[in-house]
Design a protein around this ligand. Sequence first.
Ligand code: ATP
Ligand code: MG
Ligand code: MG
Ligand code: MG
Length: 540
Amino acid sequence: PDRSASAIRQQFLDFFAENDHTIVPSASIVPGGDSTLLFTNAGMNQFKDVFLGTGTRDYSRAADTQKCLRVSGKHNDLDEVGHDTYHHTFFEMLGNWSFGDYFKREAIRWAWELLVDEWGLEPERLYATVHEGDEALGLEADEEAATLWAEETTIPEAHILYEPSKENFWMMGDTGPCGPCSEVHVDMRTDEERAAVDGKTLVNKDHPKVIEIWNLVFMQYDAQPDGSLKLLDNQHIDTGMGFERIAAVLQGKDSTYDIDLFEPLLQAVADASPRESVRGYNDIDLDDADEVEAVRIALRVIVDHIRAIAFAILDGVTPGNVGRGYVIRRILRRAVRYGYQTLGLREPFLHALLPALTEAMGDAFPDLDEKQGYLENVIRSEEESFLETLGTGLDFFQTVVPYVHQSQKDAKAALESLQGDAQAMHLLTNAYVDHDDRAAIADAFVSTAEAGALAGEVAFLLHDTYGFPIDLTQLMAREEGLTVDMDGYEQLMQRQKERARAASQFGGTGDTDGDWHTVSDGPRSEFVGYDTTHVDDAAI
Ligand code: ATP
Ligand code: MG
Ligand code: MG
Ligand code: MG
């Protein structure tokens, strides 16, 4: 059978079409009319109104593949991406739904039929979790689901596991549709790896090769702002299966980044790199294992981020300084920095990945092809503008970071060597605008650095002058084993905001504030995981 990613996507849809589901298109990555959500994070988002009983559809069973972006709010996987083998910011979620039609029994049976009968997965390698109950929520254990797994499938009894709410009570956000769920995990360990820990039951938090592939949510409640659960009028089914993950499983790959879909993309990035040692994702010619991993992380991040960026722009999000546009700009700058620093990519390269992206996904998403030129232009100009300042910003960062390390070990020595470094002192003078005395600057820098923190003044200058989003600076600090003095940074941001406000009052027109936003993304740049509550909602 054809096990290409494209075929797998189609096989999923065909399976549910045969079981009387209406195949619907993916909704936009920008949720329509839902102020609780910045980006679509699950297949069910477009059906939220049906679950809540405020909307209807002319079908009671549906299936689709949904473009998802998990970079904000309750579901934020940005920090995992690149570092583990199965999280993406942008991914496709395959899903099937029942709107007050079938419930747990059919959902479980069909999931099993597709995974085992159609796709041939071994029951021995599958695990199903069920909700263990939750006193605080007033919920009993979901024994019904456990019984159905035993009755409707051939899963080994010992592979039905009870898990707490954190894993097995699914919520779209802090409020809204929710319910207990059953997750299917696949054990991809080799026989040797299995033998080494035999007898241990496993879900994905226990071993990197045991991964969650499918979540069957039994929608029964509407979470209220006070945390209580309101029973819905009807019971619904909402399932979500990671498309890249099931493709990895069926293609026998250890990582979602190894599936056929990413091949042309990874190769395109490797080809663009001027570094001889980076010939391909699986062909990195470096002796140092840490360096190899750093290159692989950069490649994974870049192929992940180009998808997030391209699909967001296709759905109408233009990179910019506010709201969703700023989230996309941050993701783009993150990707550009990985390319620049780790792969030696000093020229715009992201836009040049679009043909490979179209090759990989254009069959399922034809607008990738139709709007390729437009995407290339938008992305290229974003890259160009960041590349104007990226190198200087990185130099600044790299000039001062050694003094943070030194301060941690020996503050006195750090103070002396820093004051003797004309270049570093010159750069810091731009950051510490309130201190005109060099000794005072060095002193302030070192006293923050003693605790392993990069000064807020430095982070602010990187942001304000060189366009480094604060989360990028935090990431760079983390790579150095350091933190950023966020209190100091936020104070400077706050002061800048006040200055701008004052200036706009003196200026007399409301326009000043608007102009100011376009030259500095200041007021929005407090990094809090891209949460909806911290961006300018009016701008969304
Ligand atoms: P995980 O525990 O692995 O983070 P999750 O429990 O957060 O996954 P769900 O909200 O249950 O995920 O989403 C349904 C399915 O979508 C998951 O079973 C998984 O296969 C897939 N999925 C979730 N997050 C990602 C991601 N960041 N990248 C790729 N696939 C994902
Ligand atoms: Mg998750
Ligand atoms: Mg999970
Ligand atoms: Mg889950």
